[in-house]
Design a protein around this ligand. Structure first.
Ligand code: HEC
Length: 99
């Protein structure tokens, strides 16, 4: 029984959920920003694909410390607070490389 549960968990974490090379947390981000950051769920949610890596990192840091406000920034503050610097770098590099 335990083994079956583990197999099921592995299926849930299969490459269908995480595209090759995507940082683990990209799945969370994609819930709003769309697959590869290219298809946001709402028109006022930004695309992330192909954006400059430095800009993405700077934006995430600004949300985290509360420097970026207004618009829908509040939605991102909680997201950014859960990210370490290394995770921001990895996510930014990933989205910058998406078409
Ligand atoms: C609940 C929905 C939601 C989730 C989950 C989410 N975002 Fe966002 N994100 C938004 C919205 C809405 C904005 C626009 C905020 C604003 O108006 O400043 C945004 C903005 C951004 C921006 C700024 C883009 C720009 O062009 O200035 C970046 C970078 C970003 N998100 C990265 C991420 C990353 C990385 C994750 C995963 C850790 C993530 N987001 C998860 C909704 C979300």
């Amino acid at each position: 029984m335990k083994l079956r549960l583990i197999s099921f968990a592995l299926v849930l974490c299969s490459p269908v959920v995480f595209a090759a090379g995507a940082p683990p947390k990209a799945a969370l981000c994609n819930a709003c920003h769309g697959a590869n950051g290219a298809a946001p769920i709402a028109p006022n949610y930004p695309k992330l694909n192909g954006q400059n890596k430095e800009y993405l990192v700077a934006s995430l840091k600004a949300y985290k410390v509360g420097d970026r406000k207004g618009g829908l920034a509040a939605v991102m503050v909680g997201q950014a607070k859960g990210l370490k610097d290394e995770e921001m770098e990895a996510l930014a590099a990933y989205y910058a490389a998406q078409e």
